[in-house]
Write a protein that binds this ligand. Structure first.
Ligand code: BES
Ligand code: ZN
Ligand code: ZN
Length: 460
């Protein structure tokens, strides 16, 4: 990100003025502005009769609209002021604006010019810490979006590992990459089976942030689905266009990587481990096939009924690997099922798990705060019946019903600790622009995880 965000005391008449004002009775909400050819004078109406979370989101949306005005007029700097009581109003407005500035133009000959260079906030209730947290969060979101937008041939599993290692060096978290030989000696049958049809070796990536004086004794583990491209394998994706977006099948791992960059740059006092099993899923001549029985890292045998249900196989090995850390909480995030996308659309995240109600609620509240909202699905025992196999311990798909849940139920088998699963299939990649979330990769999960980790570190 090339835009700086700073606290500014007093007026600065030479720059464009943006003021948040209270909504008057019967007054339309939105944005009005005057432009004199050089500077912009803009008023943004905020409605304080709605909940804090809704008010924050509507300010982010206004930030997005403001970005269009600023961008069209090639404005170089702006100063934000607030006339309303809502705390951090300028931060939410700036968040919507900054998130809207994202572009992925590395393969374009002509780069898009971003004229805006500085955002100043003149509000005594906003601290340097607030602006710095915002900057680092937006930067982390952009890192995730960049990784997801990268085309499949440019981001293979070894490429993803290279990115993880270089981001670890830049932001200060530790990284270990397990290569194919090591993965074979560990007998990670889920990851290795999915990789059989590929020309490119898999990798297993371990990220660690362990600051001195970490508040949690038992580490928190974040697991991201790292399928860098999903063709479906031999059960080739059946419906028109369904493969087009599958470079985004590593969006869960991108969210974990982005979150690690933020938590290291924010120096969050929590011990966090990240695990990413990375591979592509292709129908090569050695590819695993429907009917195969494979042996997972923890010894579970799985009858493969559909090679397109590959994410749960790679995640399951990472979930079993996590047991050695005796974690306090494990969270996985994955573009796991079309079923979750159909259930909730781009508007939300489906989640489930066996963590206690307090933890589940706390994550849900973090989701509402950052407007990456979660809906809880059940993991009732009955669903275990759906994934029983005639010849192995489990099969990798259930029936046509409850697909997001049977995938979650499959994952649950590999856990022996408090665990939460998030299915972001609906919200990770968009085919049309949606406000500050943009078009293509959204970086969903990054802001959610950062908010949740901040919450945990404040509580402990
Ligand atoms: N990567 C897909 C899930 C997906 C679908 C992500 C749409 C983003 C958008 C996953 O690997 C998959 O193919 N799941 C199958 C499972 C089925 C074969 C049981 C699905 O959901 O259709
Ligand atoms: Zn698949
Ligand atoms: Zn997939």
């Amino acid at each position: 990100m090339n835009i700086s965000i700073n606290i500014s005391a007093g007026s600065n008449e030479s720059t464009s003025q943006i003021k948040i004002i209270k909504k008057a009775k019967n007054n339309a909400s939105g944005l009005t502005f005057k432009y004199d050819g050089k500077n912009l004078n803009c008023e943004i109406v905020s409605d304080d009769s709605v909940s804090d979370n809704d008010q924050a989101e509507s300010l982010r949306q206004s930030g997005h609209k403001l970005w269009n005005v600023i961008h069209d007029r090639k404005i170089k700097s702006v100063i934000f002021r607030s006339d309303i009581d809502f705390k951090n109003a300028c931060i939410y407005l700036a968040e919507g604006l900054l998130l809207s500035t994202y572009v992925f133009d590395k393969y374009k000959s002509e780069k898009q010019d971003c004229h805006l260079k500085a955002v100043y906030i003149d509000d005594k209730n906003v601290s340097n810490e607030n602006t710095s947290t915002l900057y680092k969060t937006v930067e982390a979101n952009f890192i995730a979006r960049d990784l997801v937008n990268e085309p499949p041939a440019k981001l293979t599993a070894p490429d993803l590992s290279k990115s993880i290692v270089s981001l670890g060096k830049k932001y200060g978290f530790n990284t270990t990459v397990l290569e194919k030989a090591k993965i074979q000696s560990l007998k990670m049958g889920g990851l290795l089976s999915v990789n059989l049809g590929s020309e490119t070796p898999p990798t297993f990536n371990i990220l660690e942030w362990k600051p001195k004086g970490a508040k949690n004794k038992k580490p928190l583990v974040l697991i991201g689905k790292g399928v860098v491209y999903d063709t479906g394998g031999l059960s080739l994706k059946p419906t028109t266009n369904s493969m087009d977006l599958m470079k985004s099948d590593m969006a869960g791992s991108a969210a974990v990587i982005g979150a690690f960059c933020a938590l290291a740059s924010m120096n969050l006092p929590l011990h966090v481990i990240g695990l990413i099993a990375a591979t592509d899923n292709r129908p090569g001549k050695n590819a695993y096939a429907p009917g195969d029985v494979i042996h997972m890292f923890d010894g579970t045998s799985v009858e493969v009924m559909n090679t397109d249900a590959e994410g749960r196989l790679t995640l399951a090995d990472a979930l079993s690997y996590a047991k050695q850390y005796k974690p306090g909480l494990v969270m996985d995030i994955a573009t796991l099922t079309g079923s979750a996308a159909r259930a909730i659309g781009k508007e939300g995240i489906v989640f489930m798990g066996n963590a206690d109600t307090k933890t589940l609620n706390s994550l849900k509240m973090s989701g509402q705060k950052v407007h990456e909202r979660l809906v809880l699905f059940p993991l009732w025992d009955d669903y275990a019946e759906h994934i029983k196999s005639d010849i192995a311990d489990l099969k990798n798909i259930g029936g046509v019903e409850a697909g997001a849940i049977t995938a979650g139920k499959f994952l649950e088998h590999f856990t022996d600790y408090p665990w939460i699963h998030m299915d972001i299939a609906g919200s990770a990649f968009l085919t049309s622009e949606d406000s500050y979330r943009g078009k293509n990769a959204t970086g969903v999960g990054v802001r959610l995880i950062i908010e949740f980790l901040n919450q945990i570190s404040n509580e402990s």
